[in-house]
Ligand binder design. Structure first.
Ligand SMILES: Nc1nc2c(ncn2[C@@H]2O[C@H](COP(=O)(O)OP(=O)(O)OP(=O)(O)O)[C@@H](O)[C@H]2O)c(=O)[nH]1
Ligand SMILES: [Mg+2]
Length: 204
């Protein structure tokens, strides 16, 4: 059967929030992007919405420090919210900064009445970290639906990616059929992720 991919007719930045008390309720389901600093969360949001500069990206890890809300298809039947969260696990100038994920991330994940799914992003070149595993445990424990996305797939050849995959699947204890390969450069994974979002939106 031929499936039409969901149309993204608009995507707008709504607000950046720094405090738990200020988290928003936009009256639409939320899809959050979580992962290590620099793993490509903001870039993926831009790729999914086909808006190059919607979410700010940077080569310097730790760029996104706030909870950023973006509303997609505003006032349409298939309206939803993308949430760009701060990254975890980087150190800067000898000073440990957000080595563990910030209380804001945890607060957001536990608060969310509207949170429909978390996309856990892992750079396909690296072995998942202790923080990635803790995040996944946390999501299992709190029964928050999630999908794992392997980012930056364009940076590895097919052969290199196949070589890395067993390390990632064994560390995460997830079958490879449960991992979505993506690239913000080539658009790989866009359909798969939008299909998940569309399916989630239709089961409410
Ligand atoms: N080649 C390639 N580069 C990517 C991809 N995704 C992100 N990058 C690059 O990786 C760097 C970090 O990307 P961001 O999207 O800012 O990462 P982030 O996870 O939002 O980072 P923080 O906000 O610091 O947590 C930028 O230089 C991006 O251009 C990808 O799929 N392919
Ligand atoms: Mg970012």
């Amino acid at each position: 059967m031929y499936n039409l991919l969901m149309v993204i007719s608009s995507a707008e930045f709504v607000k950046s929030v720094s405090k738990f008390e200020d988290l928003l309720n936009l009256g639409a389901l939320e899809f959050a992007f979580v992962g290590r600093s620099n793993c490509g969360k903001s870039s993926l949001i831009n790729m999914l919405t086909s808006r190059k500069k919607l979410a700010k990206t940077s080569q310097t890890p730790g760029h996104t420090k706030l909870v950023n809300y973006f509303i997609v298809n505003k006032n349409k039947q298939n309206m939803f919210v993308l949430v760009d969260l701060p990254g975890y696990g980087f150190s800067k100038a000898g000073k440990e900064q957000s080595e563990n994920w910030s209380p804001l991330i945890e607060g957001y994940l536990l608060n969310g009445k509207n949170l429909r799914r978390v996309f856990v992003l892992i750079d396909c070149r690296h072995k998942p970290t202790e923080n990635d595993l803790q995040l996944i445990d946390f999501l299992y424990y709190n029964q928050i639906p999630f999908s794992v996305v392997l980012t930056k797939a364009d940076k590895l050849s097919k052969a290199q990616l196949s070589k890395n995959l067993p390390l990632i699947t064994a560390t995460l204890k997830l079958g490879k059929e449960n991992l979505i390969k993506s690239s913000s450069q080539t658009g790989q994974g866009r359909e798969e992720i939008l299909e998940i979002i569309e399916r989630d939106l239709s089961f409410i």
